[in-house]
Each structure stands twice: as structure tokens, then as C-alpha cells.
Design a binder for this molecule. Structure first.
Ligand code: AHR
Length: 500
């Protein structure tokens, strides 16, 4: 059995976890909205057409913030199409995903739904086909109290009180040539800055996210961020990162090492932010909004030749296995390890489309990735400890040296809890992990949750929804202030400790 050692100290803090780290994303794409959160003709729908069974799971996940309405979709979207009486809303060709959009669901429905889900809205404006004027009008519609054209339009639609949306994304993936209205870094930087300036003139309380790179692989990565921040540094609060991984080469060890890549990606973005900070002699920090992240590759082949111009087809519906859940766990650990700079995270997406929650006409089920996301959302609140991990390493084909053990500790003074999140990526061996609890030596184990299966490729389906589910059967104990845990090969672990 391999051995690893973890070192923590109450005083060595990385930073507070922003609860928005565990956000998610709903795009008008595939069956995320229609048949996902909204399906008026379903027996599971409430009087507003919202799927009650889906809402239950979203509430269980305690999703703090949800990005909407895209994604690629937003770059061709007219928000006005989705408000007001439903019978007057236009049916449109939707070019990002080559489908028909009926607009029967729009921002007011989303605001109602978010209220029920207990989530905040993170709204994206269209900087693909549109610009300053529309972004300003949308903000006025959403956040202005009344007595003006767009705030009164909202009131006339039955929403007397403003939605008060705090976080706004200035477009989506503008660096990608697939994006409607794709721009060069300079073109986007100017537009984002001018749009952001006007939006903050109207509502200085909002926070703005500028589009960073669509992935670490983008050829413009690095220079895109520098050009953008050179222009927008004073106007925006966050820069976005998007990152999806896949195991196309069927090399699981390499796939599980993708968290090393994410870690480097975050470090690089922080470095560019701080370079511009120094250059501008600024006192302000730009933080990171990792507002699209997940595993995405299973569905790509099927999606290559989609049927065009149909309504909400099955699109991008990855079915996740255990190894995907392990990587999602490792990505969450990586985000937590950068909690001082990564403030917002959006697991992309929430329902049906590369999602932890799946629906059919007869019910819902939880994919494997649901569980690490749930555990971090519920137990990963508080302060992240600078967690030193002394783990054996392996050589991953693309990512170089990777530790077998990914681990982070989060402490919560209010709840009097210390929580250890860990992934053992070893595909063969269990691992003995020891942690000197130091100032937590009087803490005992409340539970040790494990997500594991002998088969890395095991999945949950509607027929067999409980194939890969967490069990409270982890093997760990505390003796003389030392926590010793045996972490199964290929497992996600959550160890919750509190004072004896
Ligand atoms: O989440 C699916 C798509 O991935 C989004 O629309 C886009 O922003 C990204 O490329």
C-alpha cells in the first residue's frame, strides 16, 4: 500500500471560501431549460411549469449562483424575446446550436425559478451581435426600481420589484472563432470596457466578469488576458476561465492528472492579473470566475451530426462514470486550493446538458459527478487551510508529474468542523494517508464518506441510479492527534471531524 502524508496548521490559511465557488450554469441549450428545469406538460411540473423533482435536487445541492442564459447561446440572443406575455414571444432560429428557440422561458421565469431554488442569478449580456445599449437596457429592466422605460416594462410584466442581479458576465467566450460575433482581444477589450463602464454608471453595485480564455489550449491564451486587462482593469471585478477535460485517449491515469493542468491554468491567469496590477500600480486584485468547468467528451461523437432546427433536442448529454466523478472531485480540490483568487465557479451545466442531474419524462436521477459537487457545496465552506500533501507521484502522459493523492482541508469555525477532501488516483492500490491534526488533535471523526467502485467506468442510469453512490464506510481513525485513513484505490473521500 502506498503512503502519503498531509500537513495542516490552523494558522496557515489560503483564504475564505466564497460560497459562489459552487455555482452552476443553465444555458438555453439541449434539454437544460426545456425538459430540464421547465416542462409544463410533465406530471412533475408545478403550476409555473417548473419540474418539482429537479428543483428538489437543485435545492439539495444548495447551488448558490447560476449563470444564465449562455454560453454560446447568449451571443445571438435578444433578451426582449423572452419577456412579456408568452403568446407574443417570437419563435427564432437559434444559431449557436442550430435549433429552434420558442422563448417560452425567459429571464423572469428564470428569476422565479432561482427564487424557488434558493440561488442567485449570474446574468450574461450579449456582446456577440449586440452591445452597450442592449446591455444597459437589460440591466435597467432587471435592477432599476421603476419610473423608467425598461423598469416600467418589467413592472408591466408583473415584476414590481427589481431582480437586483449582482453578477454580470460581459459576453461569453469571445476569444473563440465558434462564437457568434467573435472578436480579437483588442476589439473585445474595448467593447467590454465601454459596456462595463455604462453598466456601472447605471448600477455601481454590480460586479462584472470579463471573458478570459475558453481554455488553456487557446492559441491566444495569456496575451488575450493581458490585452483585456490592460483595457478593463479598473472596470471589471473578475476574469473568467473555462475548462473542460475528457478522456479521449482512454488513458485514465493521464485523465485524472488533468487537475495538474487546471492548477497551472489558474496560476497562469493569476500571474497575468497580477502583472497588469503591477503595471498599473493598482491596489485592486482581479479575481477569477471559473464559470464553465466540467468533464465533457462522451457525447461529442453523437453530437457531431445533430438534427438541425428542432426544439430542445438531446444535445451534449454526457453520461458520467466513476473516473469523471474523481476528476470533478480533483477539480474542486484544485479550486479550493486557490480560494484566495477563485471566487466564482460554475459547474457546467446543471441539468441534462453535461450535468449532474438528468431527467426523463418519468423521473430524475443523479449522475456520478453529483456527489463530489454536493459534498463540497455542503461541507466545503469556511477557510481553506494551506494543505501540504506529500504524496507519491506518477508520470502522466500529457501532464507530467502528478500526485496520486489530491487533498485539501477546509475548516469552519462556526460549525466547529474540519473537513478533508481527497482523491486517491491510484488505479491499483489503496493508500494510507496520515494527517497530523495539530491544533485539531481533540477532534474526532464524524464520518468518512467514500465514493468508489471497482469499475472506473461504472455509471448511474435511470434504471440503475444507485450503482455509484457515496457510502459512509471509510476506514479512518484518530489516535494521539494523528488521523490515519485508508483511502481506497480510485476513490473520492470526505472526512468530517469535529471536537470530541
Ligand atoms: O457549456 C457548453 C458550451 O461550452 C457553452 O455554451 C460555451 O460557452 C462553451 O464552449
Amino acid at each position: 500500500m502506498k503512503k502519503a502524508q498531509v500537513i495542516i496548521d490552523r494558522e496557515y490559511l489560503i483564504g475564505e471560501v466564497d460560497k459562489r465557488l459552487y455555482g452552476s450554469f443553465i444555458e438555453h441549450l439541449g434539454r437544460a431549460v426545456y425538459e430540464g428545469i421547465y416542462q409544463p406538460d410533465s406530471p412533475f411540473a408545478d403550476e409555473s411549469g417548473f419540474r418539482k423533482d429537479v428543483l428538489e435536487l437543485v435545492k439539495e445541492l444548495q447551488v448558490p449562483i447560476i449563470r444564465y442564459p449562455g454560453g454560446n447561446f447568449v451571443s445571438g440572443y435578444n433578451w426582449e424575446d423572452g419577456v412579456g406575455p408568452k403568446e407574443n414571444r417570437p419563435v427564432r432560429t437559434e444559431l449557436a446550436w442550430s435549433v429552434i428557440e420558442t422563448n417560452q422561458f425567459g429571464l423572469n421565469e428564470f428569476a422565479d425559478w432561482c427564487k424557488l431554488a434558493g440561488s442567485e442569478i449570474m446574468m450574461a449580456v450579449n456582446l456577440g451581435t449586440r452591445g452597450i445599449e442592449e446591455a444597459k437596457n437589460l440591466l435597467e429592466y432587471c435592477n432599476f426600481k421603476g419610473g423608467t422605460k425598461y423598469s416600467d416594462l418589467r413592472r408591466s410584466h408583473g415584476y414590481e420589484k427589481p431582480h437586483n442581479i449582482k453578477v454580470w458576465c460581459l459576453g461569453n467566450e469571445m476569444d473563440g472563432d465558434w462564437q457568434i460575433g467573435h472578436k480579437t482581444a483588442k476589439e473585445y477589450a474595448r467593447l467590454a470596457n465601454e459596456t462595463g463602464k455604462v453598466m456601472k454608471m447605471l448600477d455601481p453595485n454590480i460586479e462584472l466578469v470579463a471573458c478570459g480564455s475558453s481554455g488553456s489550449h487557446m492559441p491566444t491564451f495569456g496575451s488575450w488576458e493581458a490585452t483585456l486587462l490592460d483595457e478593463c482593469y479598473d472596470t471589471v471585478d473578475y476574469i473568467s476561465m473555462h475548462q473542460y477535460y475528457g478522456n479521449r485517449d482512454r488513458d485514465s491515469a493521464n485523465f485524472l492528472a488533468c487537475s495538474v493542468d487546471l492548477d497551472q491554468f489558474i496560476r497562469n491567469v493569476v500571474a497575468v492579473c497580477d502583472y497588469i496590477k503591477g503595471k498599473k500600480h493598482s491596489k485592486k486584485n482581479i479575481h477569477i470566475s471559473l464559470d464553465e468547468w466540467n468533464v465533457w467528451y462522451h457525447s461529442m461523437e453523437t453530437d457531431e451530426r445533430p438534427e438541425r432546427w428542432v426544439q430542445h433536442p438531446h444535445q451534449i448529454e454526457d453520461i458520467y462514470n466513476l473516473e469523471d466523478a474523481l476528476l470533478v472531485g480533483s477539480m474542486l480540490i484544485t479550486m479550493l486550493r486557490h480560494a484566495d483568487r477563485v471566487k466564482i465557479g460554475c459547474l457546467a451545466q446543471l441539468v441534462n446538458v453535461i450535468a449532474p442531474i438528468m431527467t426523463s419524462d418519468t423521473g430524475v436521477w443523479k449522475q456520478t459527478i453529483y456527489y463530489p459537487y454536493l459534498h463540497c457545496s455542503l461541507y466545503g465552506q469556511g477557510s481553506v487551510l494551506n494543505t501540504i500533501v506529500k504524496s507519491p507521484i506518477y508520470e502522466a502522459k500529457e501532464h507530467g508529474e502528478a500526485p496520486y493523492l489530491d487533498c485539501v482541508a477546509v475548516t469552519n469555525a462556526e460549525r466547529e468542523e474540519l473537513v478533508i477532501f481527497a482523491v486517491n488516483k491510484d488505479l491499483q492500490e489503496d493508500m494510507e494517508v496520515t494527517i497530523d491534526l495539530r491544533q485539531y488533535s481533540d477532534y474526532g471523526i464524524k464520518e468518512h464518506i467514500v465514493l468508489h467502485d471497482q469499475d472506473l467506468k461504472a455509471v448511474n442510469t435511470q434504471e440503475d441510479p444507485n450503482r455509484v453512490v457515496p457510502k459512509k464506510n471509510g476506514c479512518s481513525s484518530v489516535s494521539d492527534g494523528i488521523l490515519t485513513a485508508v483511502m481506497k484505490s480510485k476513490s473520492w473521500n470526505v472526512i468530517r471531524l469535529s471536537p470530541n
